[in-house]
Each structure stands twice: as structure tokens, then as C-alpha cells.
Design a protein around this ligand. Structure first.
Ligand code: ZN
Length: 255
């Protein structure tokens, strides 16, 4: 059985640690120091690194850790990332610590962004900066329709999928979600639950896809509830799904 736990980095990054008790794999090690400290504390051997996209806070510790542990690095097929030993594209898969991770191309936040999904023993998703708990990444390199399509691919995974995103942005995301859909009851309950977690110093991540579909406005562009909420605040000019998504993403960029 693979255990998954967060290593905190910078101010709000999560580097996910997958371990079977002796070997470990890390996802998006932006900073090598907290990873090295955790491995040393726990007596773990680093057997691999996986990367979702090229941003520094996701790859900054890659070369230090890979050379120290002489371990392989799986990540996007992007020559701009130094140290990738196994380039991956949509449809590939890689088996690490007994988990078969399927690679999904999810461009939008960056053009090289990939996500990793394992269907069993329990469905888990490592989605970097594409889908966040209660929100989604900024669209830096792609287009809004591209980002919406990538989020839709993730949203089509099983509802019990646990969503391991790379940042603790949840409370700010939920405050925005409430501005968009003030009458969403599942959202109000989620805000209370996640606020209680933060007060106890606990992560709000992972969430589940069921929770994201119910409360995350970026997965709700196709719902009538979200359209009604946008229409009520007089923000909706383009009625298409892409138009709804662009309206919400642009609003969040300035929230
Ligand atoms: Zn990023």
C-alpha cells in the first residue's frame, strides 16, 4: 500500500511524498531542502521524481535530489526542464511503488502541463497547478478554452478520486467561489469544514472530485446554477461553455 503525504515548501506549496515505508517518490520538488530533511528523518530512499510542469516552484529541487539519489525523473516532454530522464506525453503510463500512473496532457496553466492519475487501489490524481481545491491555475501559456478542456478531462475521472494539487490556496478559492455562487449550500458547508482544518493547521488537500464538481466554479461552467448566478450578477455576456469559463476565470484574475 502506498502512503501519500504532504511535504510543505515555500509558503503554500505541497510536495507530495509517496512511500511504501522504505522507498519514496516525490511529486514536484520545488525545494530540495524539506524533501531531503523528510527522507533523512524517515530513513527513506528516494527512488524517483515526477514533475507536472516547468515552473520553478515545482522543479527547483529536481537536479539536486536526482543527483544525490541517482534516481530517474519523469516529467513533461519539455527540453526547458533540466534533468528529466523520462519524457512523458498524454496517454503514457509509468508504474512507481506499485501505482500505475496514467499521464494526462492538461495544457492551459502552462503548455507542458501533465497530470498523473492512478485508478487503483483507490483513485488518486496529482494535478499540479491545473485543478486546485476550490479553484484552478491561472492561464499563463494556453487559452481559456484549452484550460477548460483540460479541466473537463480531469472532471470526468471517478467522483471518489482524491485530488492532490500543489498549493494550499483553498480558502481564497472558496471565498471567490462564494462570490460567484452565494446560494451554493455545499460550498457554504465546505468553507466551514476547510476553515476548521486550517485553524488546526491541517491541509485542506486532498479534496475529492465529487466535492470539486459540487463547489468549484471552474468545473461548473456547464451547470445551470452557475449560469443563473452569473446572470444574476449581470456578468454573463457569452452564453457558451467557453464564455462562462472565460467570464469566471477573468473575474478571479481580478478578485
Ligand atoms: Zn505553475
Amino acid at each position: 500500500m502506498t502512503n501519500i503525504e504532504p511535504i510543505q515548501a515555500f509558503t503554500d506549496n505541497y510536495i507530495w511524498l509517496l512511500t511504501n515505508g522504505s522507498s519514496a517518490v516525490v511529486v514536484d520538488p520545488g525545494d530540495p531542502a524539506p524533501v531531503a530533511a523528510t527522507l533523512a528523518d524517515r530513513g527513506l530512499t528516494l527512488s524517483g521524481i515526477i514533475i507536472t510542469h516547468h515552473h520553478f516552484d515545482h522543479v527547483g529541487g529536481l537536479e539536486t535530489l536526482a543527483s544525490q539519489w541517482e534516481c530517474p525523473v519523469w516529467g513533461p516532454d519539455n527540453p526547458a526542464i533540466n534533468g528529466i530522464t523520462h519524457a512523458l506525453s498524454d496517454g503514457d503510463s509509468v508504474t512507481l511503488l506499485g501505482l500505475e500512473l496514467q499521464v494526462m496532457g492538461v495544457p492551459g496553466h502552462t503548455l507542458d502541463h501533465i497530470a498523473f492519475y492512478a485508478a487503483s487501489p483507490e483513485p488518486v490524481l496529482f494535478c499540479g497547478d491545473t485543478l486546485f481545491a476550490g479553484g484552478c491555475g491561472r492561464v499563463f501559456e494556453g487559452t481559456f478554452p484549452m484550460m477548460r478542456q483540460s479541466l473537463n478531462k480531469l472532471a470526468a475521472l471517478p467522483s471518489e478520486t482524491r485530488v492532490y494539487c500543489a498549493h494550499e490556496y483553498t480558502m481564497a478559492n472558496l471565498a471567490f467561489a462564494r462570490a460567484v455562487e452565494p446560494a451554493n449550500k455545499a460550498l457554504a458547508q465546505r468553507e466551514l469544514d476547510d476553515a476548521a482544518r486550517r485553524e488546526r493547521g491541517l491541509p485542506t488537500v486532498p479534496s475529492t472530485l465529487a466535492m470539486e464538481r459540487a463547489t468549484n466554479p471552474f468545473l461548473r461552467a456547464g451547470t445551470q446554477e452557475l449560469r443563473d448566478a452569473l446572470a444574476a450578477s449581470d456578468r454573463l455576456s457569452d452564453q457558451s461553455d467557453d464564455g462562462v469559463f472565460a467570464t469566471v476565470r477573468s473575474w478571479k484574475d481580478n478578485f
